[in-house]
Design a protein around this ligand. Structure first.
Ligand code: DAH
Length: 345
């Protein structure tokens, strides 16, 4: 029996040494030390032994069992350590590798144009005004000297919500609203915002776009004040060497009315594809506020005068950044938008 025991011990120790992982080791444990294993069997067989032999054998079996158990635990510890090392090896981080690039957004080109113009005018003492995009027919047209049936309404067809309620076609209604609210006080405002027209979208037209309105009301406000102000604007947006030119035009809410051109920033006035070989680029409409508009808003047109202008934000952005299709501003294509990242810094 002793010999049987030594043989068994050798067998288990070999199996333990051979076990390549924790699972295999556990199988050895169950097979040899478990309730149905050979060591338990041996212990059960002790009843058949004589009284002298019994304690001797009992001690022997226990020694073997303790030895096997100790070897098993040692191997478990060894395998566990190896597993941890392997895991660390797998999960190790190479801190010298370049990090993933975090993409930072940038301001939309239209926002930039609007903010640049706002900054310029705030610096000249203007306030920023706002008005509703869903506007009353009265403010969008009538208060601007465009009564119902006026032919100039045709150029500004829009989306009607009711007969009297529409999506504003320009930011000019904010002129009338501000004058009403200021009740005869002097005014210097700039008003950026969305406007809408019933236009078919193409490279230069959009049913929704942005304007920036300007309005100054006070005593002795003259055409030369308007010209000087727009000269500052043109130089700020297109470069210090730019000149402006005023051409006679018509708007129902201004008299006289002008169309304002800036000398071409690409060719300097010689003539190129941007200015259609004329050396000049039209950038906005303006004029002296019509006496009817002043009177309708409660101002005395004999005492005060004013000028107004309306800038198309997209047009300025297209010229400034060389954008060939207005629709690029609205499609949220990051390939287009990210090009303005560099210039932002
Ligand atoms: N509201 C005009 C338009 O959308 C632009 C404009 C012209 C605004 C002359 C003005 C102005 O304030 O004085 O076509």
């Amino acid at each position: 029996m002793e010999q049987q025991l030594t043989q068994l011990e050798q067998e288990v120790l070999t199996k333990i040494a051979e076990a390549a992982d924790l699972k295999a080791l556990n199988e050895v444990r169950v097979a040899y030390l478990g309730k149905k294993g050979p060591i338990t069997d041996l212990l059960k067989g002790m009843g058949k032994l004589s009284a002298e032999e019994r304690p001797k054998m009992g001690a022997l079996v226990n020694t073997v069992r303790e030895n096997v158990t100790a070897q098993l635990e040692q191997k478990v510890a060894l395998l566990e350590e190896a597993a941890i090392l392997a895991q660390l090896e797998n999960e190790s981080i190479d801190v010298t590798l370049p990090g993933a690039q975090v993409r930072i957004g940038n301001r939309h080109p239209l926002t930039r144009v609007v903010e640049e113009i706002e900054d310029l005018f705030v610096g000249m003492g203007y306030e920023i005004a706002e008005g509703p995009e869903v506007e009353r027919d009265y403010y969008n047209f009538e208060a601007l000297n465009l009564p119902k049936g006026h032919p100039a309404r045709d150029m500004q067809d829009t989306f009607y919500i009711t007969e009297e309620l529409l999506l504003r076609t320009h930011t000019s209604p904010v002129q009338a609203r501000t004058m009403e609210a200021k009740k005869g006080e002097h005014i210097r405002i700039i008003c950026p915002g969305k406007v809408f027209r019933r236009d078919a979208d193409d490279a230069t037209h959009s049913h929704q776009f942005m304007q920036i309105e300007g309005l100054v009301i006070g005593e002795n406000i003259r055409m030369s004040d308007l010209k000087g102000t727009l000269d500052v604007l043109a130089k700020k947006m297109f470069g210090a060497e730019r000149e402006i030119r005023l051409r006679p035009s018509f708007f129902p809410f201004t008299e006289p009315s002008v169309e304002v051109d800036v000398s071409c920033h690409k060719c300097g006035g010689e003539g190129c594809n941007v200015c259609k070989k004329t050396g000049w680029i039209e950038i906005l409409g303006a004029g002296m506020v019509h006496p009817n508009v002043l009177e309708m808003a409660g101002y005395d047109s004999k005492k005060v005068s004013g000028f107004a202008f309306g800038i198309g934000a997209e047009r300025i952005a297209m010229l400034k950044y060389g954008v060939d299709d207005i629709r690029h501003f609205y499609t949220n294509d990051t390939r287009f938008l990210s090009q303005f990242h560099q210039a932002e810094v």
